[in-house]
Design a protein around this ligand. Structure first.
Ligand SMILES: Nc1ncnc2c1ncn2[C@@H]1O[C@H](COP(=O)(O)OP(=O)(O)O)[C@@H](O)[C@H]1O
Ligand SMILES: [Mg+2]
Length: 372
């Protein structure tokens, strides 16, 4: 039995998910997990760096790299305390870091995650595997999504076609065919547009349980406009982020429309549900019996109801019913990817990312030396 810790902060920039995963020959199991919010100032600085990268400048980038690492190290300490685990018992940390920019289609192509792994290794004393995305990109892949291999390992079921939907800031699907084949891609927005809208109205960070969305009416004209976004009809492999689905994109879509706040939220929720559902129903090869949902979007009841309504005849369920808390899946995936690195096993799936081949992902930052 070996323990790995996974650290993840996604496009929502809401804070760090830290998950302790036990890996055995038979499979893996979450031992414990915690979430540590970024302090409000850090979230603000990260969001404005992403919105205005040129204005933010290199000093800000350097500082954010350290501040994110400190938040990740603190989340690790909180995880170890919570699970009463000694640092020496953890084989390695898999740290995703915080994505600032993801441009797999610019020239040159790049993806940028920050959160200096040297600081995490120094402050925890544990080996850190980090920088998971760039090797896949170097091999011609999209560098995202990286969670499908883990989804296949823990949620695949021979003989039954399943789709796993991770609804973070962005939504991505993993398609698990009955014969074991795995594909997947980012479908488009997850919670990000609903978050942006409610944040523009006041102090709320997100629409709790989708209450505002549930109180409004879907505007058909706005929905049609949103569904015309070219990303949605682009063939896979594909990945996206805040570079596309940001406040400028939302402002442009809303320009010249006089809609009530709740109706906008209802329409953004419907758009999110329809874009995910279409990505699933358009799958040529696989029509799943079951859709398993994870990520913070699981807590948005209205979004889940609208998603289920778009997928008649398909069981839409939380991954909780299949042995893993929906809020732990992504963090656990990066713990698992650290295990793959340590064992020199591939972490990417070329059928998902479009990379030229399977690759060992990430680089190792050693923890404290135990003997001279
Ligand atoms: N109680 C809730 N009701 C509705 N939405 C929620 C709730 N809790 C979290 N969320 C949504 O989940 C998002 C965070 O999900 P997460 O999976 O952590 O995304 P990411 O991986 O992008 O950080 C929040 O931004 C919010 O939109
Ligand atoms: Mg998050």
């Amino acid at each position: 039995m070996t323990l790995y810790a996974g650290l993840m902060s996604g496009t929502s920039m809401d804070g760090v998910d830290a998950v302790l995963l036990q890996v055995t020959a038979a499979g893996c199991q979450v031992v414990g997990a915690t979430h540590v919010d970024y302090d409000a100032g850090l979230t603000q600085r990260l969001r404005s760096a992403v919105a205005n990268p040129v204005q933010a400048g290199l000093d800000e980038l350097g500082q954010l790299d350290c501040l994110v690492a400190e938040a990740f190290a603190q989340a690790t300490q909180a995880l170890l305390r919570l699970t009463a685990t000694d640092a020496a018992a953890v084989r390695a940390i898999g740290s995703h870091g915080q994505t600032l920019l993801h441009r797999p289609r610019s020239l040159p192509r790049f993806t940028l995650q920050i959160g200096d792994p040297n600081l995490i290794a120094e402050q925890t004393g544990i080996d850190v595997v980090a920088d998971f995305r760039r090797r896949d990109l170097a091999a011609g892949g999209e560098a995202a999504p990286l969670v499908p291999a883990f989804h296949a390992a823990v949620l695949g079921h021979p003989g039954e076609a399943r789709v796993v939907v991770n609804i973070g800031g962005i939504a991505n699907i993993t398609v698990l065919a009955a014969d074991g084949a795995v594909t997947g891609f980012d479908t488009g927005p997850g919670n990000c547009l609903m978050d942006l809208w409610i944040q523009s109205l006041g102090p709320q960070a997100f629409d709790r349980d989708g209450a505002l969305a549930a109180s409004g009416r879907v505007d058909a004209a706005l929905l049609q406009h949103l569904l015309a976004e070219p990303y949605l009809s682009r063939p896979a492999p594909k990945s996206t982020g805040r570079e596309l689905f940001n406040s400028l994109w939302l402002q442009a879509a809303l320009a010249g429309r006089a809609l009530g706040a709740a109706d906008v939220q209802a329409t953004l929720c419907e758009f999110t549900a329809v874009s995910i559902a279409r990505a699933i129903s358009d799958l040529a090869a696989v029509q799943p019996a079951r859709v398993l949902v994870c990520g913070g979007g699981v807590l948005n009841g209205q979004l889940l109801r609208r998603l289920a309504a778009q997928l008649p005849g398909v069981a839409v369920e939380s991954t909780a019913a299949y042995g893993i808390d929906p809020l732990h899946v992504e963090g656990a995936a990066f713990a698992w990817l650290a295990h793959r690195h340590i064992e020199r096993l591939a972490g990417n799936l070329p059928a998902v990312t479009g990379a030229r081949g399977p690759r060992v992902l990430g680089a190792l930052y050693p923890g404290l030396v135990t003997s001279l």
